[in-house]
Design a protein around this ligand. Structure first.
Ligand code: HEM
Length: 407
């Protein structure tokens, strides 16, 4: 991969990043990419070692803001937009990370999210009722996306009538976050969406201050007011983070998982007959074709990894899809095998920043995928439609999942 420069955005690499990752893992597992000015780390052992090593810092937004957005010529809208991102726990190191994460821990335990199951089921039924008679649909656009958006919006305390507003805002944040850090001009349009969402959540926080409910924004407002453990800006930033983290990725887990089943009828039969439970099946979807394509870090100091020296300040892309198909850890890594017993995938990351919402994502996919198989008989990919994948670096997801069934 050194002679021909690595291109993660070529149509072939977007459709099938696994071929690129397999090659890198075999030939140059800690690879310096001049194009991305980043290290690309592809072995399971190296990815998991880096994820639990504090010298691989998550604090990469504030250095960017300081370097590019703090001068007198910097666009104020962009500065404010990145200020929202800079307060996300996912971009923080301890002690700020510990403080922000602690506040939300109880809301996302398997026990707390289990209480949401009836509501997730009702929302899933509602969406499937709406499409069942049609005989064909795009299950990403008309099912996975609205389902996961509704769940997180309800958890935050967003009134149902406002939910549609979130689609546009959420797309703006995706553009910002998924693009990576490049030239500020690219972000100007996206900044408008982010600032509207910030103001909306500011209003929601104000309402929650006057009239607290049983929702996450009210819980954050209470933490702000009880013991100053959270600033007002952090309440809003955390709301934006949860909204964003809470549905884009889970949409992709549902979409990629359904696609994997539709492409592997033998594995689908194991699930439909009850020979394999949905729990292990979801772990295998996360391993085989999970939504997190890269997890980014910035070196705090020089560190040696896989025979290379990663210098302080350099950026690192850790690649879960590659780690999850590392033959040193997984037998027959390129095969979907729902009966796999050991499955130490890193699809939710690892270490301090391990996905806070993992129990919620498992619950949502665990309801959503079997409901589709139950309700849409004879489900198959629409033979007339072509699949395409979003050309982004951080996540792996279909732009749509066109299917048909007997209605
Ligand atoms: C299948 C769905 C999901 C996947 C694949 C996923 C993946 C990830 C990954 C890989 C990380 C680690 C990032 C890093 O180390 O820098 C992460 C962190 C995080 N995720 Fe998820 N996620 C999913 C769903 C969710 C949901 C439903 C929520 C919440 C509503 C959520 C909230 C978070 C938060 C708050 C963090 C930051 C945790 C921290 O910094 O300590 N995620 N997620």
């Amino acid at each position: 991969m050194t002679a021909v420069e690595l291109d993660l955005f070529s149509p072939a690499a977007v459709a099938d990043p696994y071929a690129v990752f397999d090659h890198l893992r075999d030939t140059d597992p800690v690879h310096w990419s001049p194009r991305y000015r980043s290290w690309i780390v592809t072995r399971h052992a190296d990815v998991s070692a880096a994820l639990r090593d504090a010298r691989f810092s998550s604090d990469r937004i504030s250095p960017f803001v300081d370097a590019k957005l703090s001068g007198p010529d910097a666009d104020p809208a962009l500065r404010q937009t990145f200020a929202v991102l800079a307060d996300w726990m996912v971009f923080k190191d301890p002690p700020d990370h510990t403080r922000l994460r602690r506040l939300l821990r109880t809301a996302f335990t398997p026990r707390s999210v289990a209480a949401l199951e009836p509501r997730v089921r009702a929302l899933s039924d509602e969406l499937l009722d709406a499409v069942a008679g049609a005989g064909r649909a795009d299950l990403v656009g008309s099912y996975a996306y609205p389902l996961t958006a509704a769940v997180i919006a309800e958890m935050l305390g967003v009134p149902a009538a406002d939910r549609d507003l979130f689609k546009g805002w959420s797309d703006s944040i995706s553009a910002l976050v998924f693009a990576g850090l490049g030239t500020p001009e690219r972000y100007e349009r996206a900044a408008d969406g982010m600032l509207e969402l910030r103001d909306y959540l500011g209003d929601l926080a104000e309402r929650a201050t006057r009239d607290p409910g049983d929702d996450l924004v009210s819980a954050l407002v209470q933490a702000r007011d009880d013991d100053d453990s959270l600033s007002h800006d952090e309440v809003i930033s955390t709301g934006v983070l949860l909204l964003f983290a809470g549905h884009e990725t889970t949409t992709n887990l549902i979409g990629n998982g359904l696609l994997a089943l539709l492409q592997h009828p033998d594995q689908r039969a194991l699930l439909e007959s009850g020979e394999v439970g949905i729990g292990p099946a979801i772990e295998e979807f996360l391993r085989y074709d999970g939504p997190a394509k890269t997890v980014v870090r910035q070196m705090a100091v020089d560190v040696e990894l896989g025979g290379q020296v990663l210098r302080a300040g350099q950026r690192v892309f850790l690649c879960p899809p590659s780690a999850n198909r590392d033959p040193a850890v997984f037998a027959r890594p390129g095969e979907l095998d729902l009966t796999r017993r050991e499955n130490p995938h890193v699809g939710f990351g690892f270490g301090l920043h391990y996905c806070l919402g993992a129990p919620l994502a498992r619950l949502e996919a665990g309801v959503a995928i079997p409901a589709v198989l139950d309700r849409l008989p004879g489900l198959e990919l629409d033979p007339a439609a072509e699949l395409s994948w979003a050309p982004v670096l951080l996540s792996r997801g279909l732009t749509g999942l066109p299917v048909r069934w007997r209605s």
